[in-house]
Design a protein around this ligand. Structure first.
Ligand SMILES: *Cc1c(COP(=O)(O)O)cnc(C)c1O
Length: 217
């Protein structure tokens, strides 16, 4: 696997207004540095501990995205550096993020994860729950937290019509909410297998791992 060739190939397919997050979970610090040296600055991890270790070893201008489930007891370890937490699946997570962001003296950007897939195993809230949270005056309840968008994962299937429909549904929810809450600017959807479709359907952030680094073990 030639990381540089994969990376350049992916970059060519991503419009300038879409952010590429290189998903580096399970990858070594050396592999991440190789991509860093090619200019990549946004990296995504799904385990807090692993991200914290990599953050300590790598250049500090990397923007680290937590794309996995939010393990509440570990938020404190990333609160002083994590760029965006994508996977807010329950309102109660915001409370702990508020506590830790306040301690760290930061404003923490987060995305609400919506459940759009058919699988029950995937995390996320409904559009109604997301709207409830946005209506509850979160800036006042959680002054150190900024909800700046939505995240979603499509069903794991070969059927790209299903995937497209799920992304389109999420984009519609995003569009509706954006009219009421203009602070929503990020729509995080699309992975190695479906990022082209996600971009066609309005994604602003794609999270790509194996198409850059090769298959994970
Ligand atoms: C692993 C992961 C990705 C990247 O998956 P690839 O198929 O390797 O691109 C994207 N989003 C989330 C939430 C992930 O856990």
């Amino acid at each position: 696997m030639d990381i540089q060739q994969n990376y350049e190939n992916i970059l060519r397919q991503i419009p300038a207004d879409v952010t590429l997050i290189a998903v580096s979970k399970t990858r070594t610090v050396e592999e991440i540095r190789q991509l860093y040296d090619l200019g990549q600055r946004d990296f995504g991890e799904n385990r807090i501990q692993e991200m914290v270790e990599k953050h300590s070893e790598l250049p500090k201008d990397i923007r680290w995205h937590m794309i996995g489930p939010v393990q509440e007891n570990k938020i404190k370890y990333m609160a002083d550096f994590v760029h965006i937490i994508h996977g807010i699946d329950k309102v109660k997570r915001l409370k702990e993020i508020q506590n830790q962001a306040e301690k760290a003296g930061r404003i923490q950007e987060v995305l609400l994860q919506l459940h759009i897939a058919k699988e029950d195993t995937k995390f996320g809230m409904s559009a109604e729950e997301a709207e409830e949270i946005l209506k509850s005056n979160p800036q006042q309840l959680y002054p150190n937290v900024r909800i700046t968008g939505l995240m979603g994962m499509a069903t794991f299937t070969e059927d790209m019509d299903v995937v497209r429909n799920e992304f389109r549904g999420l984009k519609n929810i995003f569009g509706d909410l954006q009219k009421k809450f203009p602070a929503l600017v990020n729509l995080s959807m699309g992975m190695s297998g479906d990022f082209e479709i996600a971009i066609e359907e309005g994604s602003t952030m794609v999270r790509i791992g194996s198409a850059i680094f090769g298959e994970r073990n």
